[in-house]
Design a protein around this ligand. Sequence first.
Ligand code: DAH
Length: 340
Amino acid sequence: MSIIEKISSELENFNVNTAEALEKFRMQFLSKKSELQGLLSEIKNVPVEERKNFGQQVNLLKQRAQAIFEEHRARLEASAPTQQSDIDVTRTAATAELGSRHPISLMMDEVCGIFERIGFTTVTGPDIEDDWHIFTALNFPEEHPARDMQDTFFVDQKPDIALRTHTSTLQVRTMEKQQPPIRVICPGRVFRNEVITSRAHCIFHQMEGLYIDKNVSFADMKQTLLYFAKQLFGENTRIRLRPSYFPFTEPSAEMDVSCNICGGEGCALCKHTGWVEILGCGMVDPNVLENCGIDSKVYSGFAFGLGIERMTMLKYKTNDIRLYFENDARFIQQFTAAGR
Ligand code: DAH
């Protein structure tokens, strides 16, 4: 079998079913390095009497290779779209479903933002604390009922360690680390050994605020809290302070805001008083400053603590605190559009 016959037979029997096979075919018969191309450059070496015939055969073979190649290419191109016809590459991709933010997280961010805009810094600290940071440094008398097993989750076999019952622990931690001026807010989870009802839960969230500097007065506190109430509940919101008692502040107060549901007219939520209580506050007791290494003759300041769930219930007009812990998506998704 001559070389021409050999190549011709290979050419005719080459199986071209895929684009890869077509490329192999091209390399084998049509590329510069192929055997067939090699024959073309051999023509000039063939004895003169055979040259014409040889040249014709090689050229015919080359034309045949080119024709087979074109034929297969056309066939493969024609069948390609039908193989993929069920995939529409122009179609808009399905969007991934995004979750939504929990109303408590939204409220935390909102409240922190209000204070951050007037120069407060957000700090956080441990949920599991010692007696010093929860009670002793905050001027709780030894026999104070809040230390009772009724309210506090203690760690078994370690009577000194407990889950914090309030975020006031962070007042102590901040003042121990830093000298005034101090302006911090401290959001976090707190724990109390209480029966769960629509109004109380054993886990909830608080935000503590602390402002310590020279010449800080009760009037500064009142104005700061009025600003806060207006930012959160609207420009027309009014506040009032009622005398109260906390071991760590003197004087102490509880703050009410005008009811945002009835606008102060009186309704079921405000028990027809026109006011709802939202936080505890006061001037930091000099004993607390001294316990934390701050000179109470030079510095004074105020502190406040508010319940995030209470604030959220007021703002969104919900009446059962348990909803915030059940994580029923139908409830949670109502507070913001997904992905905000
Ligand atoms: N720690 C208090 C509580 O858990 C809230 C509180 C009241 C915090 C008065 C304060 C404050 O900083 O001055 O009920």
